[in-house]
Structures are given as structure tokens and as C-alpha cells.
Design a protein around this ligand. Structure first.
Ligand code: AMP
Ligand code: MG
Length: 188
């Protein structure tokens, strides 16, 4: 698959979760894929999108709704995980593009669920961990959360934290600042 370097896809997933351990009869499953794209030439965040996914082996707990605002009723209207993967591949050329997420959770959860459901991953091999990059770029001794990174950059947190669509959009802005800095230093 030829690599496309026109856009970076920023992905932030939300999954079913509980206040404490996962109940023995359930499994944490992706209920939202939030996606934003960054134009590599201009470093402008482009579109943002939410793909809601119907969980099959778990339900949305009150704790999960409190965290994400997502309800069982909302995700019941969602698509299957394999359809969501097809949307990423077909509408966003996700296999050929570099993708980014904040931390390693999204990459690991995606791989786990693809493996469990025997779905070929729609995500390419080129992944940027923005959380790690942010800490390294700023010489921090430890990684910081997304809200803290925005605060340090004086960028307002837009939308609802812990909704995939808004998290992805905010992460796109963090990545845009980091890449702008790299390019500016190169030009100096
Ligand atoms: P985030 O991108 O930070 O909104 O988190 C992604 C997913 O991680 C959420 O949808 C939850 O499944 C899980 N998660 C995040 N924070 C917590 C928390 N405090 N307790 C339990 N699960 C969490
Ligand atoms: Mg999130």
C-alpha cells in the first residue's frame, strides 16, 4: 500500500467502561471512533467525524455515560465494528495514511478488538503517539494528559472531553503546533 502523506488521521476511541473492574460477563468494546484530519501542507485541522458503534458483548454503564456522555440508546443506533472499519478504510483511506492518537491506548484497543473479531485492521503501520511526542518535544520528565497539554499550549479545549470526536479535534490542534514548531526550527 503506497503511503499517502497528504493528511494525518487523528483517532480517539471511546469504549465501554466501568467504575472498577470489567464485569466477568462483559468486555470493553469500542463505542465511538472519533476522527479528525490534519492537512499536512497547511497543518490546518480539516474535518471531524464521529462513528458510533453498537457494542456486542457489553453495555454502556451509568459510569461510562457519565464519563463520555454516550448512552446505550445512542450507541444502539451505531454501526457494527466491522462496518466502522470499512468506513475508515473506504472514506478516509486509513490504511495508506499516517494516523495519530494521544497515548498508546487507542492503538492497543483497536488491535485487540480487530484480533477478537477477526477483522483486518483498517489502520496503517505509521502511527504517531502525540502524548509521547508532546512530552519529548517539551523536555518533560513525564507524559501529561490531553487537557494539560492544551493548557500548556494555551489552546482552549473545544467540545466535550472524553467524546471521541472532540478529543480527536483537540489532539489535531496539539499535533499541528508540534509539527509547526519542527518546521519553523528547520527553516531557521
Ligand atoms: P479518553 O480518550 O480519555 O476519553 O478515554 C478513552 C476510553 O478509556 C474511555 O472511553 C473509557 O473506556 C476509558 N477510560 C478513560 N478514562 C477512564 C476512567 N477514569 N475510568 C475508566 N475508564 C476510563
Ligand atoms: Mg477520548
Amino acid at each position: 500500500m503506497a503511503r499517502l502523506l497528504d493528511q494525518i488521521l487523528i483517532i480517539d476511541i471511546e469504549a465501554t467502561c466501568w467504575d472498577g473492574p470489567t464485569p466477568s460477563d462483559q468486555e470493553s468494546e469500542i463505542i465511538e471512533i472519533g476522527l479528525a484530519s490534519l492537512d499536512v501542507t497547511t497543518l490546518d485541522p480539516l474535518e471531524k467525524r464521529s462513528i458510533l458503534i453498537r457494542p456486542e458483548r457489553s453495555t454502556v454503564s451509568p459510569f461510562c455515560t457519565q464519563l463520555t456522555t454516550l448512552t446505550q440508546k445512542q450507541v444502539d443506533q451505531g454501526v457494527s465494528f466491522s462496518t466502522a472499519c470499512a468506513i475508515l478504510k473506504n472514506d478516509h483511506n486509513s490504511r495508506g495514511r499516517t494516523w495519530a492518537s494521544y497515548g498508546d491506548y487507542d492503538r492497543r484497543q483497536f488491535a485487540r478488538q480487530c484480533e477478537a473479531l477477526q477483522v483486518t485492521s483498517p489502520l496503517g503501520m505509521s502511527h504517531i503517539n502525540v502524548k509521547n511526542l508532546f512530552a519529548l518535544a517539551n523536555g518533560l520528565s513525564h507524559e501529561v494528559g490531553m487537557a494539560e497539554a492544551l493548557k500548556r499550549l494555551d489552546i482552549p479545549l473545544e467540545g466535550t472531553h472524553h467524546r471521541g470526536i472532540d478529543d480527536a479535534w483537540n489532539i489535531a490542534h496539539i499535533l499541528a503546533v508540534l509539527l509547526t514548531r519542527i518546521r519553523t526550527d528547520e527553516a531557521a
